[in-house]
Design a protein around this ligand. Structure first.
Ligand code: GRF
Length: 191
């Protein structure tokens, strides 16, 4: 079977990008990451991409007149490279109709909460502030709404401490395993 081609979209540290690439390298995922797209020039994920030899494209959305304009460019880059699936991993933007139409049911995201609770950029802190004791991670298909779309996988942990940094690390470790599981479901069409 032909190896699937993945693009990872990330704007931050890139620990999920790294987890995906390492799983591709050591055979836990039968795919290759062929492009890293980053909407924050200077983000740490770009250094990781360089280290792992992934082609990267960093852009500033403000340089384009609309979301359609930059997504049209991205769609061309993705299609030129034969990308099968887009994995959002800390990409802090809504995906628009251009990419959603061209990659229907082929864009997934990972979010550090048990969706549909705690959408948005501060999910872990918001859950802590709410007094949550069962935290978790969700992977889901992407639609045009913030952290919306059909859920693929979830994993949960019980945490009753008060150290948000410790909790964040625990959640990140779960994310890295859950994304591998979800990508395998995607490429084997088992969802
Ligand atoms: C992760 O917590 C992910 O769930 C969220 O953004 C964060 C990205 O972390 N969407 P990293 O850049 O992969 O370390």
């Amino acid at each position: 079977m032909k190896r699937a081609k993945l693009a990872v979209f990330a704007s931050g540290s890139g620990s999920n990008y790294q987890a995906i690439v390492e799983a591709c390298h050591d055979g836990r995922i039968e795919a290759d990451v062929v492009l890293l797209v980053c909407d924050k020039p200077g983000a740490k994920v770009l250094e990781r991409a360089e280290r792992y030899g992934t082609e990267s494209f960093a852009f500033n959305p403000k340089d384009y007149e609309s979301r359609d304009a930059y997504e049209t460019l991205l769609a061309k880059m993705l299609e030129d490279r034969g990308v099968d699936y887009i994995c959002l991993a800390g990409y802090m933007r809504i995906v628009g109709r251009v990419l959603l139409e061209r990659f229907e049911q082929r864009i997934v995201n990972i979010h550090p909460s048990l969706l549909p609770s705690f959408k948005g950029a501060h999910a872990i802190q918001d859950a802590v502030d709410y007094g949550v004791k069962i935290f978790g991670v969700t992977t889901h298909f992407v639609d045009e709404t913030l952290d919306g779309g059909r859920i693929i996988d979830q994993a949960a942990i019980v945490y009753e401490g008060s150290d948000v940094e410790e909790l964040t690390n625990l959640i990140h470790n779960i994310e890295h395993k859950l994304y591998v599981k979800t990508i395998n479901k995607l490429i084997n069409k088992k969802f």
